[in-house]
Design a protein around this ligand. Structure first.
Ligand code: TXA
Ligand code: MG
Length: 316
């Protein structure tokens, strides 16, 4: 870390301890963080994002030992943490009754979503504040998640302190697995850590249930990850008043054309997705184009997560 980065980090630590918000990089997307034990600080996250208060936040910690202060770890949860932390995996677990996590963070549920991120700046921020950090993605509620400093800056015109950690490695939010019911584990959000691997490690079949139905707000956030410009997915063609986003060998020609991964690599496509959506949206708005059209993405491996985001981004 450079000298400038260090002083930016020192300011960030101060801000968190004073109950202010700080945006910071993780290996998945940038987060909008606050001290998870401070009600007033966390309330600011909901206000700034325009996030409905029934939608709980993920708590970020710097180690498994730390996580145990806030959540009840079963053997399964411990196994998953040892395998995948630090990394792009969030677990929903029963909340530790002695934890001092603010109820606004968990939306008063008896469970908590918790993860240990792998980005060195995120880990430093957590360690130096010695606080659990509640953080959703650093975007206005319902819109595209940020994968670099500039995205966050554009999302919030407000005077927000942002730590710059470059481009996010994965570019998609963490996989969420719900291990709070000992008899039935569920995937709540698709991500980089694949459910086939999780299912093998746990030796258990995993069903998918969206986190919204688990927090008893079914359908309320079907529209998500949105651009301002309408999106058309699985497109076979594009016209000159559209921006085209291709994948692999697809041949959509619009007013402007992008490719998520010319070699058809789903990891590369995931890492590029939000950045290309942000740029395509800006071009469409500036040039008055009617939509963003996206070529089909294979519904396998990371393609499942990408398609889930795209379906919701295109939801009308
Ligand atoms: O990669 C990530 O996870 C990023 C970075 C910043 O860590 N964070 C992120 O947070 O994506 P957010 O707030 O955008 O998504 C959190 C998801 C929401 O869908 C929320 O409903 C779900 O986690 N969630 C949080 N607590 C939960 C709980 N107790 N039970 C079920 N779902 C929960
Ligand atoms: Mg989000």
């Amino acid at each position: 870390m450079t000298k400038k980065m260090l002083s930016d980090l020192e300011i960030a630590v101060e801000k968190i301890l004073q109950g202010e918000l700080v945006a910071f990089p993780t290996e998945t997307v940038y987060g909008l963080g606050a001290d998870a034990t401070n009600y007033l600080a966390c309330e600011k996250i909901f206000a700034l994002k325009g996030r409905p208060n029934f939608n709980p936040l993920i708590v970020h910690v710097s180690s498994l030992d730390d996580a145990k202060k806030y959540a009840e770890f079963s053997d399964k949860a411990e196994l998953i943490a040892e395998k995948f932390w630090p990394g792009p995996l969030t677990m929903v677990l029963k909340i530790n009754k002695d934890s001092n996590i603010s109820q606004i963070v968990t939306a008063s549920l008896d469970t908590i979503a918790i993860r240990c991120p792998a980005h060195p700046i995120a880990l430093e921020l957590i360690k130096q504040t010695a606080r659990p950090i509640a953080a959703p993605s650093a975007n206005k509620s319902g819109f595209v998640s940020p994968t670099c400093y500039d995205h966050v800056r554009k999302n919030f015109k407000e005077n927000l302190h942002i730590l710059d950690g470059g481009k996010c490695t994965y570019g998609l939010e963490s996989t969420i697995i719900d291990l709070s019911d000992p008899n039935k584990s569920k995937i709540l959000r698709h991500g980089f850590i694949d459910e086939i691997i999780l299912s093998k490690i746990l030796d258990e079949e995993l069903s998918f249930e969206s986190s919204m139905s688990v927090i008893k707000a079914p359908g309320s956030l079907q529209k998500h990850y949105s651009t301002k410009t309408p999106i058309r997915i699985n497109a076979e063609n594009a016209s000159k008043d559209e921006v085209a986003i291709n994948f692999a060998q697809s041949n959509l020609f619009g007013a402007r054309d992008f490719n998520l991964s010319t070699i058809g690599d789903l990891r590369e496509a995931a890492a590029n997705l939000y950045n290309i959506l942000v740029i395509a949206d800006e071009i469409a708005i500036d040039s008055n184009l009617k939509s963003i059209v996206i070529a089909p993405i294979p519904e396998k491996a990371l393609g499942i997560a990408i398609n889930d985001k795209l379906r919701r981004a295109s939801f009308k």
